[in-house]
Design a protein around this ligand. Sequence first.
Ligand code: SF4
Length: 388
Amino acid sequence: MTHKYEDPEVRYTYRSSLVDKLREKGELQVGRLRLLMPQSFGFCWGVDRALAMVNDARREHEGRSMWLLNSIIHNPRVNEDMGGMGIQFLKGKQAVPGALQSLSKSDVVIVPAFSAMVEEMEDLKRRDVTVVDTTCPWVIKPHKRAEKYVREGFTTVVHGTVGHDETRATCSLVRSLGGEFVIVHDLDEAEILAKYLEEELDSTELLNGLHPKSVRKNFDPTAHLQRVGVINQTTMLASESRAIAGRLRAALEKRWGKSELNERFRDFDTICQATQDNQDAAMSVVDSNPDLFLVVGGYDSSNTRNLARVGDAAGVPAWHIQGPDCIHKNFLEYRERHTGEIKTQQNWLPQGSISVAFTAGASTPDAILGQVVERVVSVAGESLGKPV
Ligand code: SF4
């Protein structure tokens, strides 16, 4: 049975025959280049579904003003396309000033796949607009678990990114239920939290070591870190999420003893399947030790950033690029993982026979990945017309 959201219009708008070929074969020799593609990459089910829902809504509400609460997904090209379809933005860089305050019953508002903050949803309800909620079902999973933690008196530790739409939504839910949260971005921040739990750091050292917005105002570590439950933003690096949960479990066991662990610690893996599949497949492809690993996706895309870390971990030169315009013969524009800065790398493409592995984030259309592959082939002085 065809699922309602397997809308061919979505698949085909962003399709690339070159990527289809690489998907089928896994690799392609083009002159001096061996092009490698993992078994899983690119658009996930949740993104396909969100875009299909937008198409459905355009048909259903033709003639009405349509708005996106914020980016539909973290990909600039797809968001530009939304604008091209006449859908305007209420928040973010492309927001129409004052539009949010002027919404009325005749407007249609699309909630992105990452979900929205409780306050935002309440505001839309108050304004009586028609809401098209594309929240991915995988994003609901951490929400449900956080609700359970609040009900059972646990503070929610989110392995996620402060300011990321999904984590903002999760934390607002916790807040609305009267619970507490702590956001840890990576293993380094989890270590600071673990040291506090082991009584090796005091409250001030803990709060100074974390992002200022990782907890809510008036968070009291002494009162609020007696019992903790861990979840993850759905798109984090799965291996790091597991390591963070393990570290926090060990810290609580050290402090309170094994007999109290069940009363003081909970852990639930909320990484989504697409993220896990793309990371596993990327690991397999970098295991073959390519000369380069190009990871394609929006610079603000969490799952794409974490795919680039897979290459780092394997010691393979990994570059997170946004699209074909980043690729030049003598330099490459990329996002530096540690600082988030956009930088350039000279002489990025080695001479001679080389293997180049690719992958793409869950919000990256095949069409963009295909243009990246074509551009690499072109700057390497080869031609796709003559695959060997
Ligand atoms: S990456 Fe995962 S959580 Fe995000 S939209 Fe895709 S399936 Fe849903």
